[in-house]
Ligand binder design. Sequence first.
Ligand SMILES: *Cc1c(COP(=O)(O)O)cnc(C)c1O
Length: 408
Amino acid sequence: MTTFSHLECGLCRRTYQPSEAQGVCRCGGLLLARYDLELARRSWSRDWVRNAPATMWRYTPVLPVRTPGSVVSLGEGMTPLVRAERLGRRLGLNQLWIKDEGRNPTGSVKARGIACAISMILELEKRLAVIASLGNAAVGVAAYAASAGLEAHVFLPRSAARSVIAECRLYGAQVTLVEGGLAECVRALDRLPAAEGRHDLSAPREPYRLEGAKTLGYELAEQFNWDLPEAVLYPVGQGLGLVAIRKAFEEMEILGWIPGHTPRLIAVQTEGCRPLVEAFRQQRERAEPVRSVATVAAETAVEEPAGDFLALRALLASRGAAVAVTDSELLEAGLQMARLEGVLPSPEGAACAAAIPKLVEAGALDPHERVVLINTAGGLRSLEVWARRLGPAPAAETDKLGGLITPR
Ligand SMILES: *Cc1c(COP(=O)(O)O)cnc(C)c1O
């Protein structure tokens, strides 16, 4: 049973009842779900979790869904933690792991948050899920809405990967393609006429995606047997994934589940869109919006990160860092991950790998500490990006075995 009690603004701390709140606080701040963690501490335990279902719903007491019948699940969470010895050595680390979020339903970390938010839509008795998204979140909404028997309408940039657009349609969602980036998609969605029963899942317009996303932090602790690693690298767009895992660490400290330290959080962006890295470098509390974005790490191409304030605070509170890499560094690192570990990453996950040598060089990572890189999505959805990196298709030339010779 959940110990969910109320929502609280992350900026001004005003509180709301779940039923009265939709979207952000009156002051514009993000709403965060709060739980009766004292009750959870008394009635819940790490031993109990050990025998719970192998999905993110094993952490139900700290998720907001009140009626078990509202839970919509495709088996999200409990993704593998892959020991990456060869890649680690190549990048300068002795102990590197890849947390492979590409193994979630719909192929990305977004499945966690969307599963939780769609469950809450059922609980709040809404019928239509809408979202403006760069891609992965829209695919998640389309699939989970289908699973819940709800309608979905997604707004995507015209430049979204072909697979993203096809998948949304295959799951039965209405798709609107918008000229421009995320900001234009949000504006297009906001032009929809008001409608009864509609629920907007665009980040950060509802508080429950963050709760699902937070289970990644719980899982890391559990998979490390409650002795968390020294550093976690996360590719940031809105910054909400990072905020979510920090929230998990803070909750687990109150639960008494992680007696040791919490990891340093390291935010990774690309040179083509780096508002959070810039804000961190300048020690600002908020990020300056960027006007134009250009990067193959499409999911982090967020002009105006909604989670900026909380993400920057999470970086500071964890004594973390923020770093940007170039697209060509990212592509090279992604290829290494595929060839040395058998994991084809998302461009965003590859960005984290590319950041490691820079961090080691700068002394922000020690070669001997335990480091986890979050591969936020599988690489297949970005096949166009990886295919470009491989170069043109081979000339039709047959080798002695009678097959085509392809360059590596
Ligand atoms: C959404 C997403 C991110 C960024 O997450 P934020 O919460 O927006 O910071 C990174 N990588 C992938 C693959 C994503 O889908």
